[in-house]
Design a protein. Structure first.
Length: 299
């Protein structure tokens, strides 16, 4: 399996590099852009193979290479929404899966990069662009007028931005943006609560669980969001159980729930959600690490 995947990676990178190199040599901006978009489509369509990968070291190397290829393509087609969205999702997922636990500062920079790529899509809507500088209440009103075609861009923007804030809770500037970020994800929730395996509920559950009540936390709301998320993905997207344990169970000091959720993650078969095998393998790795800290998290 590993040998086959390694060969696939080499072949894909070679083919993409060949197509990209040829595109840059072609005369005429429109011809170059067409070739770049063809290459981008190949990269986007091939992303499913990465999400299905269960070998974490292999996936880490492949994702890093693909992200740089995406940025090269974006240099030649900077307003390509498909490429911008893939970069936003890619950097967010890469930071969470492979960087955050060992280098929060580096992960923060990746989250900001992801946010900025998503914002480049959202700012193509002039009303949204103007509202970015408005007060939170005005910003919320502008979000309600935004087309639902921006669901994915708004989700990944809020996801990346919120993850950045979570790693920089001591920064007043970062915390000041939280009302806008929450409003963005609440808008996604109104459009499509099931987007990305119940992702809006997962985000809001984490948000309410990661803060004490005096700072806006709400354990009951957090629990409701986590449980709804698990219903929407039938308990197959294991990151939901991980965050439920890490944030809610620890916050309310429910050790039995914490232990049960993490054990369920570890016991889940690798193919419980084949199209997200990579995310689930990352959840398993994080669950093992979190279980080792159990005695220090409960008192």
């Amino acid at each position: 399996m590993v040998k086959i995947n390694l060969q696939w990676k080499r072949d894909l990178l070679f083919l993409v590099s060949l197509l990209l190199g040829s595109a840059l040599l072609l005369p005429g901006c429109s011809i170059q852009r067409m070739a770049v978009r063809t290459t981008g489509d190949l990269l986007i369509n091939g992303a499913t193979a990465l999400y299905e990968e269960e070998d974490l070291p292999l996936a880490e190397q492949a994702i890093a290479a693909n992200l740089k290829l995406l940025e090269i393509l974006l240099k030649n087609d900077p307003n390509n929404k498909k490429l911008l969205l893939m970069a936003a999702e890619g950097y967010t997922s890469y930071a969470l899966g492979f960087v955050e636990d060992t280098s929060p500062r580096r992960a923060s920079s990746f989250y900001l990069r992801a946010r900025n790529y998503a914002l480049r899509i959202l700012r193509q809507d002039k009303s949204f662009a103007a509202a970015m500088k408005a007060r939170p209440e005005q910003f919320k009103k502008a979000l309600q007028k935004l087309s639902s075609k921006y669901t994915a861009a708004l989700f990944w923007c809020a996801n990346a931005w919120g993850s950045y804030i979570n790693l920089n809770k001591t920064s007043p500037d970062a915390l000041a943006d939280l009302p806008k970020v929450q409003a963005m994800m609440e808008q996604v929730l109104r459009w499509n609560e099931g987007f990305y395996y119940g992702g809006p509920h997962l985000f809001l559950g984490t948000l309410y669980a990661s803060r004490p009540p005096i700072l806006g936390g709400n354990p009951q709301k957090a629990k409701e969001h986590f449980q709804r998320c698990l219903v929407l993905n039938n308990g197959r997207f294991l990151m939901a159980k991980l965050f439920y344990a890490k944030y809610y169970a620890v916050q309310v000091q429910d050790r039995a729930l914490f232990h049960r959720l993490l054990q369920e993650i570890l016991a889940a078969p690798a193919d419980i959600l084949p199209e997200q095998r990579l995310a689930n393998q990352i959840a398993k790795r994080k669950a093992r690490a979190l279980l080792k800290k159990e005695d220090t998290l409960f008192f």
